[in-house]
Design a protein around this ligand. Sequence first.
Ligand SMILES: C[S@@+](CC[C@H](N)C(=O)[O-])C[C@H]1O[C@@H](n2cnc3c(N)ncnc32)[C@H](O)[C@@H]1O
Length: 274
Amino acid sequence: MDYELQDHEFEKISRLVYDVCGIALHEGKREMVRTRLIKRLRSRNLRSFSDYYRYVTAPEGTGELIAMIDSLSTNLTNFFREDGHFARLKSVVQSWRVSLWGNGHLPQLRVWSAGCSTGEEPYTIAMVLSELISLGQVDLKILATDISTAVLKKAAEGVYAEDKIKNVPIALRRKYFLMGVKEWEGFYRVRENLRLPIEFARLNLKEPFSFKEPFDVIFCRNVMIYFDRKMQQLVVNRFYDCLKEGGWLFIGHSESLTGITHRFKYIEPSVYRK
Ligand SMILES: C[S@@+](CC[C@H](N)C(=O)[O-])C[C@H]1O[C@@H](n2cnc3c(N)ncnc32)[C@H](O)[C@@H]1O
């Protein structure tokens, strides 16, 4: 069966996606929307995109709405992706260690990976920080959030095929991953000690968010690229409000805050500070 995506159907679906999660699907994404949603239509035995739209917007379609957003979001990620940010994180934490720590209190370090996809980013953060600090000496918490429940499930499982971890230096691989055997040969599982400081949770950046404790560092990389300016501005200003004074914001290398109104201090491309 040939599923055609009519103009009015594409418009309705893209408006719905924008309203739910802020992802802006412009005309260039039309074929992507069609091919990705065909599988969803089939799984629900629906014959047209209009039927599908009616279904996801009906009260019984809430679960399918989540599945629709899952299938339309781009989840590409990697361990040590854009690794300059991790070198920066290292030097920032090293400078804090010298200036703030050692005054008798257990220092806290709060990091947020917003749009963490399948977990490579928060696990990389955890590896970099674990190499610098001992978890008994620092109260480290990494919050890792995404809108997609499917990627969060994978992230929490922490199992990766060998080619996925090729960017992880051998020494870190040995220290933080367990090599699979028998039916798990070719796969690596994140060790418990690396997972321990990370909390995975579903969070939609389109919806208001606030936290009891402010963050030292926020990573929101390659997420806002899918939003329009209005949504980017909203999210960036909310990030500002939930960072500590002097806290850091890392965004993707192909992203920038140019053209939006914000209070961050520019440090270098893709690095900002409160
Ligand atoms: C390309 S991945 C980026 C992963 C990682 N940050 C990196 O740079 O490698 C983008 C992620 O943003 C998530 N995302 C998109 N819209 C979102 C929203 N409104 N709220 C939370 N996460 C969202 C997607 O589900 C996807 O997992």
